[in-house]
Design a protein around this ligand. Structure first.
Ligand code: 3DU
Length: 217
């Protein structure tokens, strides 16, 4: 069964906490990125920790290894349990992020291919496969792969095996939760939950997609 991960890309502290509280019974983790972290500060992680859910720092880290390690360490020290880094910066950068994560008992996920239309421009021609493969060699806990392209998720599954695939692009970007959930370990949903008239009801609806059994292929 795939986890349901709420991408909490709102920019106000009170709004973020209100949506997190309302959706908490139906979700398995909260992912925050620059919109919330830059508007509220990293301290938002401590506030969100009240919901007792894993917190994923989607900072798409993509710097030299030393800087990447410092960014990841700051995220874990703030209370996050996982970080997301880019793979295109190189295997040494991914290794640094993985080391920072594992030193604190956390996880590191590597973006292998992006879900938006422009994601096809450079994440193409075998590059996502190479990124996914290098992420495995670097010891990453899993990859990020596009829910907008289930065929690509299947290809990348062949590379990462039993390591995790977390998949954004559902709802607002056109991806179908029911089609993708059986292929992955986590579906990531943002706007279709937090912009819904009733975020809790929307989360409850997406939570049902988790029950679809894993595709054995
Ligand atoms: O499209 P949504 O509102 O459901 O949000 C998707 C989230 O996943 C958002 O935080 C975005 O930054 C992140 N993400 C992608 O959408 C696509 C990727 O390839 C990687 C991350």
């Amino acid at each position: 069964m795939a986890d349901l991960i709420l991408a909490l890309d709102v920019t106000g502290r009170e709004k973020a906490l209100e949506i997190a509280r309302a959706c908490a019974p139906y979700i398995d983790a909260i992912k925050i990125g620059y919109p919330l972290a830059l508007s509220c500060g990293l301290g938002i992680a401590r506030d969100l920790a009240r919901e007792c859910l894993p917190l994923i720092a989607d900072f798409k880290v993509a710097d030299i290894p030393t800087t990447s390690s410092l960014i990841c360490t700051a995220a874990f020290d703030a209370g996050f349990s996982a970080v997301i880094c880019h793979g295109f910066a190189g295997t040494d950068t991914v290794r640094a992020c993985v080391a920072a994560a594992h030193a604190r008992g956390g996880a590191c996920y590597v973006v292998a291919e992006m879900s938006h239309p422009g994601g096809k421009e450079y994440f193409a021609g075998g590059i996502p496969e190479q990124i996914a493969s290098n992420a495995m060699v670097a010891g990453a806990d899993g990859i990020i792969a596009p829910a907008t392209r289930p065929d690509r998720v299947r290809v990348l599954r062949g590379i990462v095996g039993t390591r995790k695939i977390l998949s954004p692009g559902i709802g607002a970007q056109g991806g179908d939760a029911v089609a993708v959930a059986p292929l992955v370990d986590g579906i990531i949903v943002g706007r279709s939950i937090y912009d819904a008239p009733e975020p809790a009801a929307a989360a409850q609806g997406y939570a049902r997609a988790r029950a679809v059994r894993r595709d054995p292929s």
